[in-house]
Design a protein around this ligand. Structure first.
Ligand code: CA
Length: 223
C-alpha cells in the first residue's frame, strides 16, 4: 500500500511517515504543493494524504489539479479547526475524507485503510488494454475473461504499465514506481519481473503484449 503524504511540517511528516511504515505502508513525502501534485500525477498511490496549508500551491489547488488530470486516487485532507477552510470545502472540492488536526494516528490509519477498501465504484477504475483487464478495487486481472493470478509485485508492475499503454517506460521509471524508495538493488530486477509477467499474461494466450525497447525499457502494446 503506497501512500503519498503532502505535508510541509517536517516534524509531523516524519512522525506520520514512521508510523505508517511501521504499519506496512510505503510512504513518499512531498513538502510543498508543487512537489505533491507532481508526485501524485507521476506515480501511482493507493491514497494521498494532503495538508491544506502548503507552500507554493495549497491543498485545494493540488486536489483540483489532480482531478482535472483524471487522477482519481482517494484523497484524505488534513484540515485545521481554526483554518480558513473547513471540511465542507474539502468535500466540495472532491476530497474523499478529511481529518482535523491534531489527529490520532490510530484514526488516521483506520481512515486510510477504509479509503483503500472503499475504492470509488462510480469512477472509471477498471483498466483495459486490449482484452487485458485489471480492476484496482477487486485486484482481479484477466485476459479475454480468463482470470490471471499475480503476485503483489507482478500486479503492481502490470498496474503501472496499464496506466501507460503504448508508452515507452524505462526500467528506472518502473523501479521508482513499483519498488519502494529504499530499494537500492540491481535495476535488472525489473527485467526478471517483466519475464514473470509475460509468462502469465502473454505466453498462455500466445500474445506478445510487452515489447522490449532495446536499451530503453518496455512498452505495453495497445492493439
Ligand atoms: Ca501545512
Amino acid at each position: 500500500m503506497r501512500v503519498l503524504l503532502v505535508e510541509d511540517e517536517e516534524a509531523l511528516a516524519a512522525v506520520v511517515r514512521r508510523g505508517l511504515e511501521r504499519d506496512g505502508f510505503v510512504v513518499d513525502v512531498a513538502a510543498n504543493g508543487v512537489d505533491g501534485l507532481w508526485a501524485g500525477t507521476e506515480h501511482l498511490y493507493d491514497v494521498i494524504v494532503l495538508d491544506i496549508m502548503l507552500p507554493q500551491l495549497n491543498g485545494y489547488a493540488v486536489l483540483k489539479a489532480l482531478r482535472e488530470r483524471q487522477v482519481w486516487t482517494p484523497v484524505l485532507m488534513l484540515t485545521a479547526k481554526d483554518g480558513e477552510y473547513d471540511e465542507a470545502d474539502a468535500f466540495d472540492l472532491g476530497a474523499d475524507d478529511y481529518l482535523t488536526k491534531p489527529f490520532s494516528f490510530v484514526v488516521l490509519v483506520a481512515r486510510l485503510r477504509a479509503l483503500m477498501r472503499r475504492g470509488a465504484p462510480e469512477r472509471p477504475v477498471t483498466l483495459a488494454v486490449g482484452d487485458l483487464t485489471l480492476d484496482p478495487v477487486s485486484r482481479r486481472v484477466a485476459r479475454a475473461g480468463t482470470a490471471i493470478e499475480l503476485t503483489p509485485k507482478e500486479y503492481a508492475l502490470l498496474t503501472y504499465l496499464m496506466h501507460r499503454p503504448d508508452e515507452v517506460v524505462t526500467k528506472s521509471d518502473i523501479l521508482d514506481n513499483v519498488w519502494d524508495q529504499a530499494y537500492d538493488g540491481d535495476v535488472n530486477i525489473v527485467e526478471v519481473y517483466v519475464g514473470y509477467l509475460r509468462k502469465k499474461i502473454d505466453v498462455p494466450f500466445a500474445r506478445q503484449s510487452i515489447e522490449t525497447v532495446r536499451g530503453v525499457g518496455y512498452r505495453l502494446l495497445a492493439p
